[in-house]
Every structure is written in C-alpha cells, then in structure tokens.
Design a protein around this ligand. Sequence first.
Ligand code: FAD
Length: 256
Amino acid sequence: GTQVQWRPFDRSGVYMSDLESALHYSLRVEVAARSVIAGPALDALRSYISVLAKNFPGRPMVKRKLQSLDAWMKSWEEGELPYSSLRAALDQSNQTAALPRGVRWVGCQGSRPHFRGYPCSVWTLFHLLTVQALETGSSGPLEVLWTMRRYMHNFFGCRYCSTHFEQMAEENMDSVSMLSEAVIWLWARHNQVNNRLAGDLSEDPHFPKIQWPPPDQCRECHGVKGGGEHAWNQAQVLAFLRSHYSAQHLNMTYLE
Ligand code: FAD
C-alpha cells in the first residue's frame, strides 16, 4: 500500500515544512469547507490573512504570496466571498510568489496517520505568530490572539477544540495588555490543554502530553516554591519561547 515515509527530526526543532503545511491545509482544505464566506467568518479570514502577511517569517516566495493575498482580500468589497474566488487568488502563483501545495509533516509527524499533523502545526503557527509580533511590534498585544481565536471559532474543524479554546479565552484573554503577555498567555493555555489531554485517546503514545518545555529543553524554566512544589520561572520561559519560536531557529529541511 501507500506508506508515508518517516522523516527523522529533532524534537527540539521547529520546522518550516510543518508551518507551510499548516497554511496549505488551513487555506486550501479547512476554509474550503465553506462554499461562501460572509459576515463574521469573512472578517475572521481577513484578519487571519493580514496577521500572516505581517508576521509569518516565511521564505520570500511564501511571504510575497501572503502579502499579495492580503492586498487582494482588502480589495474585495462585496459582503460575500465565494471560496472558489479565494482559491483562484491563492493558487495564482509565479516564480516569486507561491504557497506550496500539500502537507509534509516533520516535527508534527505522528506515529500513526490520525495522530498529530494539522492540530500540532496550528499550535506551532500560533506560538510563532505571538513571538514574531513581539519581535517586530507590527501587531497590537491582542491582535494575534484575537485573530487566532476568531479563526478557531469560525473555521477550525475540531469543534470541541474551538469550544474549549473559546471558554479559556473568555475567562482571561482580556487580561493581556502587552505583547510579551500574549506569548505567555498562549503558552500557559497550551499547557492547560496538554494537562487536560494527557492520557486521552487522542494522545500519540510516542509523543506524550507534558508540561512544556521539559527540563531537558529548558532547565532554567523550572524552579521550586517554598513548599517544594514545582514553579515556573516565567522570565526564563519567555526567553526560551522567544528563542524557540524565533525566525533564526526555524529548521528549513524537507522543504520542496
Ligand atoms: P501539540 O499539543 O499539538 O503541540 C505541538 C508542539 O508545540 C509540541 O510538539 C511542542 O513542541 C510545542 N508545545 C507543547 N506545549 C507547548 C506550550 N505550552 N507552549 C508552547 N509550545 C508548546 N484536542 C482535543 O482532543 N481536545 C481539545 O479540546 C483540543 N483543543 C485544541 C485547541 C487548539 C487551539 C488546538 C490548536 C488544538 C487542540 N486540540 C485539542 C489538539 C491537541 O491540542 C493537539 O494539537 C493534538 O493532540 C496533537 O498533539 P501533539 O502531541 O502534536 O502536541
């Protein structure tokens, strides 16, 4: 049968191939579930593409494609956008501007096809965007979080995931007032999800859900409180996230 070949990877790496695969899957598969995009979904899509155009640290070819798509979305004045029109704009490409087709999971490979993959790449993209916004200052403190929250709510295929995420966001996302707090807020929420899903059927046994980053990736992130309980060193966690999700740390192997 058709066996997908395993791609050896470094567990402490962040792979551009996963990120481009996330963009392909979200824009050519997930958003395509709606034949017409209108109202709040159209606003959500517009801000998603705008945040990507501003903050995605992609290859020049991909960045140019996101920027031209953003300009195209902004010039679309009708209240309804047929998916077929978006798709035509997305697929229009040349030597200098294109979004590669298909998915090629590397750091997000699962030990079985139904594990990891796209949801893993969405988290990766989401963390990367909060860190890039902090580095460039090109988005306000809540812009990336609101954009991803609205993307989840309007498009994410796993409906109970978006419901859970919406609940967490409603609870305390409005307490974020600085770009660095947005990075930490998302990290803490992701650990909350990891904690909830540990031992769940959806967990890939080869990639157990842990409180992240583990000590072997960031020793200084871990400390102890007076009573001997574990305590995060948030300043160290922020420094670690800024380096882990930096443009320079992106691994470019396995790209087409
Ligand atoms: P993931 O949790 O997808 O993480 C991907 C990578 O991010 C990890 O390999 C690690 O390198 C890094 N990472 C891990 N933790 C952190 C952190 N705290 N901060 C920064 N980086 C980190 N599934 C459900 O079954 N129920 C749900 O309610 C649910 N809600 C979801 C909500 C969102 C917003 C998303 C994007 C996904 C959700 N999922 C949910 C899917 C689930 O969280 C995982 O994405 C999926 O199970 C694949 O897990 P994974 O092992 O690839 O690691």
